[in-house]
Design a protein around this ligand. Structure first.
Ligand SMILES: CC(C)(COP(=O)(O)OP(=O)(O)OC[C@H]1O[C@@H](n2cnc3c(N)ncnc32)[C@H](O)[C@@H]1OP(=O)(O)O)[C@@H](O)C(=O)NCCC(=O)NCCS
Length: 142
């Protein structure tokens, strides 16, 4: 697991996101490349010399948003997503954020619930895929 530090690594992030979101899930290129990558921190999970997972973190004030969480299809259900989320949450905590929020595809709700996220509000459409808002609040606030 490593945070992306070299601009060149962003092309690896994009390759993985294109495979998962654009090719597998049918998200349009226009929606996938939303112009916010430059405002985000990015992570890559590596296994057997290849990138198998990615996520990005966007911080606004004390609120952290995790977005674009994607694991290569042949590496799912092996702990990569959990490790990615742990790395991103550690960074959010270190940055002084008090909560992490995200928009979860309905098919990923159970994944995020296992990691301590709670869903709230109605189902909404994003890029043609039904989502719900989820949040995880740090223990200090409970
Ligand atoms: C959702 C996704 C990121 C999960 O990554 P992953 O590497 O497969 O998840 P992990 O193996 O780390 O799973 C962590 C836990 O969640 C559970 N889990 C993972 N996916 C799940 C699913 N679809 N339904 C129910 N539980 C799930 C695992 O069983 C595991 O539980 P455990 O540790 O208690 O045994 C991955 O399936 C993915 O990239 N999907 C396509 C893109 C996508 O939908 N991204 C989310 C956008 S909101």
């Amino acid at each position: 697991m490593a945070e992306v530090t070299e601009p060149a690594e962003l092309s690896v992030v994009h390759e993985l996101r294109r495979a998962v979101f654009v090719l597998e899930q049918g998200v349009s290129e226009a929606e996938e490349w939303d112009g916010l990558d430059g405002e985000c921190r990015h992570w890559l999970a590596w296994a057997e010399d290849r990138a198998v997972g990615t996520a990005r973190l966007r911080i606004t004030g004390d609120v952290a948003c995790v977005q674009r969480v994607a694991v290569a299809a042949d590496w799912r259900r092996r702990g990569v997503g959990r490790a990615l989320m742990a790395a991103v949450e550690d960074a959010a905590r270190a940055a002084g954020c008090t909560r992490v929020q995200l928009g979860a595809q309905l098919t990923a709700l159970a994944f995020y619930r296992r990691l301590g996220y709670s869903a709230h509000g109605p189902v909404f459409d994003d890029a043609g895929i039904p989502h719900r808002a989820m949040v995880k609040v740090w223990e200090a606030e409970l």
